[in-house]
Design a protein around this ligand. Structure first.
Ligand code: SF4
Ligand code: SF4
Length: 196
């Protein structure tokens, strides 16, 4: 991707400024999450997520370079702490709480919400989500998939579209931030913060 230095500077896509850009992005993500939660509550429904519930804090997760910059900015000393033992996210503490909660990556901010994914039938076939091409449809046609944490009792399929988090756009924005700031640098594993 060819981007001018002036464009990078103007948008904060530099290693020095990217953390603040991502923090602003997280504010929008959190506001949208709160809106969805509010709608669910108005309809008498509730997410199962609560402090100490941490089954989704798995080991082996990773984040973009830009998201890692936020953790380094807000928790510069976290790498000198002891990581949670293998089997769960290294940022978890002994009480099942996140030690970098304010700086947690995007994936952690939307986990637990009713999720809605849009993908082409072609991708769904390639990923094995759909076994055979349905008759009378084209591979370019988009299908909708939904998911929610298995601990939740919400009927995700019955929810209106607006009560679900639609994946795709935010991920694309994060990927673009990384491409503009760090080129094709690889994703950063959570555990790598603790490598001595
Ligand atoms: S960063 Fe925090 S919220 Fe995200 S998986 Fe790790 S402990 Fe859980
Ligand atoms: S996503 Fe699931 S495991 Fe994670 S906090 Fe919410 S209910 Fe608990």
């Amino acid at each position: 991707m060819k981007i001018s230095d002036a464009y990078r500077e103007a948008n904060g896509f530099t290693p020095e400024k990217i953390a603040d850009v991502v923090i602003g992005f997280y504010e929008k993500i959190d506001a949208r999450s709160a809106e969805i939660e509010g709608k669910l509550e108005a309809g008498g429904q509730k997410l199962h997520c609560h402090p100490g519930c941490c089954g989704c804090c798995r080991d082996g997760l990773s984040m973009t370079q830009a998201e890692a910059a936020v953790i380094r900015k807000l928790f510069p000393d976290i790498g000198s702490a002891e990581p949670h033992p293998a089997g769960a996210c290294p940022f978890l503490d002994d009480d099942g709480l996140c030690r970098i909660y304010r700086a947690r990556p995007f994936i952690c901010r939307t986990h637990g919400l009713p999720m809605r994914y849009l993908m082409t039938l072609r991708d769904a076939l390639e990923m094995g989500v759909v076994e055979t091409m349905p008759e009378g449809h084209s591979e370019d046609e988009k299908i909708e998939l939904r998911d929610i944490c298995e601990l939740s009792s919400l009927d995700v399929m019955a929810l209106p579209e607006a009560d679900c988090w639609t994946s795709e756009i935010a991920e694309a924005q994060l990927a673009a931030m990384d491409a503009c700031t760090f080129g094709d640098a690889p994703r950063v594993s959570m555990r790598s913060f603790f490598e001595k």
